[in-house]
Design a protein around this ligand. Structure first.
Ligand code: PHE
Length: 347
C-alpha cells in the first residue's frame, strides 16, 4: 500500500512545478497557456487531486483532500501574482515611453567620504611610509584573542559584562573591544619581525557625549630583536606631527595595561589652544589620545615567541577622536548621525 504522504507529495510536487512555470511565463499569452495546463477544473492539478483521493485508503482521503485544496490554491495564487506583475511591468514600460525628453536633466548627487574614512586613510598612509603593513581581522572575536592572549585575566574589569558585548549569555564570542586581537592573530600566523597597524571598528558598552558604543581604533605593533621605548616615542611623535601638524607635542604618562610593561597614556598638546589651556582640554593644555607600551613578555609566551630574544612596542588610538581633533568636530555623535552635510564638507 502506498502511504498517504506519497499521494500528497505527488500532488504537491505537481503544484510546485505548475507554480514555477507560471512564475516564469514571459508574457500574458504564455501565462494563460500555462494556467490552462495546470489550473482550473480541467487542469492537471485538479485531475491529480481527484485521482489521489480516489486511490488513497478511506482513512487518508481527508488529508489528501486538504493537500489537494492547498495545491489548487497555490496554482491560483501563482497565476494571479504573475498576472499582476506582468501588468505592472507593462505599465512601467508605458510610463517610460511618456518621459518628457525636453525636461532639463537632474545632476546625480555626488557621494563624499566620511571624515572617519579620511582620517583612517591618512593614518594608514603615514604608517605605510614608516614601513608598517596593514592588518585586519574579524569584529566578532573569541575570548582568547580579545582577552586571554593579551594577559587580561578572567576577573579583569575590562571583561565585565558592563563593558563588553557578548554574543550571548555565557558565550565565548564577543564584539572585539579593541583591535589588539588582530595583533594576536598576526603573531600566531608567523614569526617576527612584525610591523603592523590594525585599523577597524571596536565595540564597548558606553554611550554619552564623548563615547559611542561603536568607534574606531588604530592599534600598532612592532616586534623585532632590539626595539626600545625610545623607538616607540619617536614613532608616536612622528605620527602625531604628521597627522596633526609639526607644532604638536607629545607627552607619555605612566599607566597600566595588562599587555604592556611599562605602559603609558599618550597625550598631545591641545590642537585648539596649542597648550595654553582652553575649554576642549579643560584648561590643562593636553588631550589624551590613547595608550602605548612595551609588549609584556606574557603576551609573547601566549603566541610562542621567545621573550628573551624579541621585544616590541604597541600603541592604540581612537580614529574618531583623532578625526575630531583634526577636523575640529566637537561632538562625537555628529560622526554617527548620518547627516550628509557633514561628509559634504570633506569632499
Ligand atoms: N588596547 C588599548 C585600548 O583599547 C590601547 C593600547 C594599545 C594600550 C596598545 C597599550 C598598547 O585602550
Amino acid at each position: 500500500m502506498v502511504p498517504d504522504s506519497s499521494w500528497s507529495q505527488q500532488v504537491a510536487a505537481l503544484a510546485e512545478e505548475g507554480a514555477c512555470a507560471l512564475a516564469a511565463a514571459p508574457n500574458e499569452i504564455a501565462l494563460r497557456e500555462v494556467y490552462a495546463r495546470y489550473g482550473g477544473q480541467k487542469g492537471s492539478v485538479k485531475r491529480a487531486v481527484s485521482e489521489a483521493i480516489a486511490r488513497a485508503p478511506k482513512e487518508e482521503k481527508r488529508t489528501v483532500g486538504q493537500t489537494g485544496n492547498g495545491a489548487l490554491e497555490r496554482i491560483e495564487t501563482a497565476f494571479a501574482s504573475r498576472l499582476a506583475a506582468l501588468a505592472d511591468a507593462a505599465r512601467a514600460r508605458d510610463l517610460e515611453r511618456s518621459v518628457d525628453v525636453t525636461l532639463p536633466g537632474r545632476a546625480p548627487r555626488i557621494g563624499h567620504l566620511h571624515p572617519i574614512t579620511h582620517a583612517r586613510r591618512e593614518i594608514e598612509q603615514i604608517f605605510a611610509r614608516l614601513g608598517f603593513a596593514l592588518a585586519t581581522g574579524p569584529e566578532v572575536e573569541t575570548d582568547f584573542h580579545n582577552f586571554e592572549a593579551l594577559a587580561i585575566p578572567k576577573d579583569h574589569p575590562a571583561r565585565d559584562m558592563q563593558d563588553t558585548f557578548y554574543l550571548a549569555q555565557g558565550s565565548d564570542l564577543l564584539l572585539r573591544t579593541h583591535t589588539l586581537p588582530v595583533q594576536i592573530r598576526t603573531m600566531l600566523a608567523g614569526p617576527p619581525p612584525i610591523r603592523i597597524i590594525c585599523p577597524g571598528a571596536v565595540y564597548r558598552r558606553d554611550d554619552d557625549p564623548t563615547h559611542s558604543p561603536m568607534f574606531h581604533q588604530v592599534e600598532g605593533l612592532v616586534v623585532e630583536e632590539r626595539v626600545t621605548f625610545a623607538d616607540l616615542k619617536g614613532t608616536l611623535l612622528h605620527f602625531c606631527q604628521a597627522f596633526l601638524g609639526p607644532a604638536t607635542r607629545l607627552r607619555l604618562r605612566p599607566s597600566f595595561f595588562p599587555f604592556t610593561e611599562p605602559s603609558a597614556e599618550v597625550d598631545i598638546s591641545c590642537v585648539f589652544c596649542g597648550g595654553t589651556g582652553c575649554r576642549t582640554c579643560k584648561g590643562g593644555g593636553w588631550i589624551e589620545l590613547g595608550g602605548a607600551g612595551m609588549v609584556d613578555p606574557e603576551v609573547f609566551r601566549q603566541v610562542a615567541y621567545d621573550p628573551e630574544k624579541y621585544n616590541g612596542f604597541a600603541f592604540g588610538f581612537g580614529i574618531d577622536r583623532m578625526a575630531m581633533l583634526k577636523y575640529r568636530i566637537n561632538d562625537i555623535r555628529r560622526l554617527y548621525e548620518g547627516d550628509q552635510r557633514l561628509s559634504e564638507q570633506f569632499g
